[in-house]
Design a protein around this ligand. Structure first.
Ligand SMILES: [Zn+2]
Length: 236
């Protein structure tokens, strides 16, 4: 009797659970380290198979079988322990913090921010919130006005010198701060009277934008009675 090639391969219908030879082979395959070449070859052949519409339809049908879906869902549920979640989250954070990932994210965010629909949405959200004239700090739009011309370098220098080049709120010296300012005590930029001006560092200058009436009284007192040279004096 001549040897006849079987229609099916030797392992047809067998699984690693039911056949020792299949189990042995599966185990062997698992231990073979995957080289890049190997992976590429596998990918290429999978893509080739996937290009066939009949094959694709069949695979999708198998994937969507209710019993298989349930099996996948069950195994996912089993996997999802608190430890597994923590591990996933940690590894995600490592990826998120990579400089190249951050750069990519920031670039795509910028593109999204500049989309007309995003801008329109943002502007719509801002509408109805307090701004401009309704804001407690609104002073008739004077922040848009330019400083009058005599509020020049010389005047600023004079006030700074009078105040010992020291912030009259926190006591830091000109050299210790990022930017040394002259503050208008009554918040009127046009009032350049010497006693309406006081030296502040940039941080304190920002601070006094709130509770204006309280700060006004405080600084009037300070220029009248207590320009100081240091932090400790300023506190007394
Ligand atoms: Zn200060």
């Amino acid at each position: 009797m001549p040897f006849e090639k079987s229609k099916h391969p030797w392992n047809y219908g067998l699984t690693k659970e039911t056949d020792t030879r299949v189990a042995k082979y599966a185990n062997k395959l698992r231990n073979v380290p995957k080289t890049e070449e190997h992976v590429a070859k596998n990918c290429a052949s999978a893509l080739k198979r996937w290009a066939n519409p009949e094959y694709r339809a069949k695979m999708i049908e198998i994937r969507n079988k209710p019993e298989l879906r349930k099996k996948r869902s069950d195994s996912a549920k089993k996997r999802c322990t608190p430890e597994w979640r923590a591990k996933k989250s940690a590894s995600g954070k490592i990826v998120q913090n990579r400089p190249e990932v951050k750069a990519k994210k920031s670039a795509s965010e910028k593109i999204a921010q500049n989309k007309p629909e995003t801008k329109a949405k943002k502007s719509a959200a801002r509408r109805g919130k307090i701004s401009g004239e309704d804001h407690p700090n609104w002073k008739g739009g004077i922040s848009k006005l330019p400083y009058p011309f005599d509020f020049n370098k010389e005047l600023r220098k004079f006030i700074h010198k009078r105040d010992y080049n020291t912030c009259q709120l926190c006591g830091k010296t000109k050299e210790e701060v990022t930017y040394f300012c002259v503050h208008h005590i009554n918040y009127d930029k046009n009032d350049l009277f010497e006693l309406n001006l006081i030296s502040l560092c940039n941080r304190c200058n920002a601070k006094v934008n709130y509770n204006r009436s309280v700060w006004k009284d405080y600084f009037i007192f300070r220029v009248t009675y207590g320009i100081t040279t240091s932090k400790t004096e300023g506190r007394s």
